[in-house]
Design a binder for this molecule. Structure first.
Ligand code: HEC
Length: 320
């Protein structure tokens, strides 16, 4: 029985295609954009053997080794399904490419280096989508290490045979802390106060985190990402009269973060807060729905705002 199956399949067999030379280039150039490490449309990944065998959202294996006729992948690339053709855009695969995929699958879909591989995660490998894990703190013993973060820094330095730079002198340290947290250098009076008592650094950091300049400095990065502007720009340069609300909202969001992390005492509910603490999910939601653009809702009625920025919306703001 087994012998008969082998005989039948070898009767159809074409010259055995080489995965690296004949197959992978097709998948890479025509499929990975949507079924690779960055994106898995319909839950399908084709850059690892085990995932490709398992298939995507349909629950049907995309590749059945030894049986191209039962492989969904072939059905789609060969145009045998009246509703779905892969790739869905661009030219269809050439008959020779389809033939190479068929022959490779019929030969058992050999995938050098991956025969035993387990399916890797369906999820993107982008760092932002990885679950948060608490890392092991490197076991480096040195008086230079004052907190766990120092241990991570020192481990990398030691791995390169480097030694830590000497501590910054107080004036330089003060300037760095100010520029990092508030984006502004310290005033003369602030410098003098600090130089009298450099041990107050921790309190100073709390103070800088609590200043509006902290939110303004760090909100800038977010606002750049969503291309914050007070007008649409380009040829029809309509103003976005309420845009500043979004700007202030992002700044307040950063202030909320700094309030909840700067010191444990700031968690007290009694702490006065000029605006309700924004929900941090909301700015994310805005970019998720309109990547790279900032489109606050069109105001129904223009509130009293300065004549500098006011102009009636002429058209709907472009969304997305
Ligand atoms: C532009 C994006 C894109 C490209 C490129 C692309 N696909 Fe797809 N693929 C999709 C989408 C979207 C679906 C879901 C289609 C549907 O079910 O209607 C899908 C579904 C599939 C499925 C079914 C998965 C399942 O189990 O649900 C297979 C198999 C497949 N694609 C194979 C391929 C192959 C092979 C290539 C390259 C030759 C390819 N695709 C290229 C977007 C793409």
């Amino acid at each position: 029985m087994l012998a008969a199956v082998v005989l039948v399949s070898s009767a159809h067999a074409q010259p055995k295609p080489d995965f690296a030379q004949d197959v992978r280039p097709i998948l890479e150039s025509r499929c990975f954009a949507c079924h690779g490490s960055k994106l898995q449309m319909h839950g399908l990944r084709l850059d690892h053997r085990a995932d490709a065998l398992k298939g995507g959202g349909s629950g049907v294996p995309a590749i059945v080794p030894g049986a191209s006729a039962q492989s969904l992948l072939i059905k789609y690339v060969a145009g045998l399904d009246k509703d779905v053709v892969m790739p869905p855009a661009g030219p269809r695969l050439k008959p020779a490419e389809v033939a190479a995929l068929r022959a490779w699958i019929d030969a058992g879909a050999p995938w050098p280096g991956e025969a035993e591989a387990q399916p890797v995660s369906k999820r993107s490998e982008h760092w932002a989508f990885q679950p948060i894990v608490r890392p092991r703190i490197p076991d480096v013993k040195s008086p230079w290490v004052h907190n766990p973060i120092d241990a991570f820094v020192l481990e990398k330095l030691q791995a390169r045979g480097w030694t830590p730079a000497p501590p910054a002198e107080p004036r330089a340290l003060l300037r760095r802390v100010y520029l990092d947290l508030n984006g502004l250098p310290p005033t003369l009076a602030e410098q003098e106060a600090f130089l009298k008592d450099p041990a107050q650094l921790e309190h100073l950091v709390d103070d800088l985190l609590a200043r509006p300049a902290y939110g303004e400095r760090w909100a800038r990065h977010w606002l750049d990402l969503v291309r914050y502007a007070e007008s649409n720009g380009y040829e029809r340069d309509g103003t976005k009269p309420q845009a500043w609300r979004y700007r202030d909202y992002v700044i307040q969001a950063f202030m909320g973060i700094s309030r909840s992390t700067a010191s444990s005492s700031s968690r007290s509910p009694a702490m006065s807060c000029p605006m309700p603490r924004p929900k941090l999910s909301s700015p994310l939601a805005i970019t998720a729905s309109a990547p790279g653009t900032m489109s606050p809702p069109t105001p129904k009625r223009t509130a009293s705002i300065s004549s500098m920025t006011w102009s009636a919306p002429r058209r709907k703001p472009s969304s997305g």
